[in-house]
Design a binder for this molecule. Structure first.
Ligand code: NAD
Ligand code: TYD
Length: 371
């Protein structure tokens, strides 16, 4: 796996272009995978804007980032909905590139408290764009020609598919949940900053990610965590809704290639090409757990069908032809191996699960309003 990553991305050339990198949302699931990769493979200086550590103690990943040295990494505890002090952050970090991942990211939470989504995803993106543009306009010519603003978005902005067809860059926007509506709004803001002000921005619309350090309220970690704690595994509705699963390290490859070779103004659709119904995915994970941590009864006996999510999108599926054609990205991790690797990570890192649940106050309860 290591070797394939190295072959795909030329880190020496990457580092030559991008010596100072500003990442938002880097204490989250995907942002932390991006930071670990950059810290391991480059000597770039990473600045990470995240609001999470306002909750108190720094998160465990934060400490791990600092193990690489203060000259390589810095967390900036800031909520993007506040514009104040962003200018100072930009002046001090002086980035060559911005990766914008900070967002309220869970559909169920967006049903429960949509205002947070508007503030973080729309106002937060607006504030970041304004400050990125001011920074971009101040850069000397050579740095200006390399500068990029990467906005990490989702396939959910396209709405829901029926049984056939795939989303691609030409699909119409038709967001159906408060989460996807705010992500769609932020994508439009980013495009307008490219079109109107010339900010060299790119947007990625990717499918459901899985891998280590995903917050326990999302489907895959929830299945694993509930199973090993002998708690019911809740499957919404009839379990036949379909998602296209992408291993997080494949997503990081796509983001680094986009930074390096992507065309400003472009959108790239990024999918794992692994479509599974929720019930099928759940049974796969239970079967793997039956082998990895055998118990008297199969873990699948814990599956419970529960009330459906209001407005539940039926299916997402992505065609990733453009990103392959233009910048040579395709998923390289095999689902069977990557899902096993993910399960093993959760089995070995129950301390992390306890820690983030304690810090966040999430106790495994059902989120979202049920009609
Ligand atoms: P996550 O919820 O694990 O992490 C998001 C991080 O952003 C958190 O650390 C949070 O504290 C931070 N954040 C949120 N609002 C903020 C604000 N106002 N100011 C500063 N920091 C803030 O989410 P993730 O799964 O890592 O997703 C990262 C990005 O990728 C999001 O933009 C999401 O929309 C997008 N995305 C995720 C998936 C997926 O399957 N996880 C799929 C497609 C797109
Ligand atoms: P989720 O991980 O919340 O991602 P998204 O809504 O962005 O796709 O959910 C993935 C799928 O799993 C989705 O169809 C809803 C379903 N789901 C359940 O069936 N049970 C659960 O407890 C959760 C969290 C999700």
């Amino acid at each position: 796996m290591e070797q394939k990553e190295i072959n795909l991305i030329n880190y020496a050339l990457f580092e030559e272009k991008y010596k100072k990198i500003l990442i938002t949302g880097g204490l989250g699931f995907i942002g932390s995978a991006l930071i670990f990769r950059l810290l391991k493979k480059t000597n770039a200086k990473i600045f990470n804007i995240d609001k999470l550590i306002q909750k108190g103690n720094s998160l465990s990943v934060n400490d791990q980032f600092y193990n690489y040295g203060k000259s390589k990494y810095q967390t900036i505890n800031h909520d993007l909905k506040d514009n104040e002090s962003l200018e100072k952050i930009f002046k001090e970090s002086d980035p060559d590139i911005v990766f914008h991942l900070a967002a309220e990211s869970h559909v169920d939470r967006s049903i429960e408290s949509p205002r947070n989504f508007l503030e973080s995803n729309v106002v937060g993106t607006f504030n970041l764009l304004e400050n990125s543009l001011n920074h971009f306009n101040r850069l000397p010519i050579k740095r200006k020609s390399n500068f990029k603003f990467l906005h990490i978005s989702t396939d959910e902005v396209f709405g829901s598919l029926g049984k056939s067809g795939l989303f691609n860059e030409k699909s119409n926007y038709k967001p159906l949940s408060p989460y996807s509506a705010t992500k769609a709004a932020s994508d439009h803001l980013v495009d307008s900053w490219f079109n109107t002000f010339g900010l060299p921005s790119l947007v990625s619309n990717c499918s459901n990610n899985y891998g280590p350090r995903q917050f326990p309220d999302k489907l895959i970690p929830k299945i694993i965590i509930n199973a090993i704690n002998s708690k019911p595994i809740p499957i919404y509705g009839n379990g036949l809704n379909i998602r296209d699963w992408l291993f997080v390290e494949d997503h990081i490859n796509a983001l680094l290639l986009m930074a390096f070779k992507g065309k400003p103004g472009a959108h790239y659709c990024i999918g794992g090409g692994v479509e599974k119904s929720n019930i099928n995915l759940c049974k796969i994970i239970c079967n793997l757990l039956d082998n990895l941590k055998p118990q008297q009864n199969s873990y699948s006996s814990l599956i419970e069908f529960v009330d459906d999510r209001p407005g539940h999108d039926f299916r997402y599926g992505i065609e990733s032809k453009l990103i392959f054609k233009e910048i040579g990205w395709k998923p390289i991790f095999k689902f069977d191996q990557a899902i096993k690797k993910t399960i093993i990570w959760y089995l070995k890192n129950q301390d992390w699960v306890d820690y983030v649940m304690r810090e966040s106050g999430y106790k495994g309860e059902r989120l979202g309003t049920i009609n």
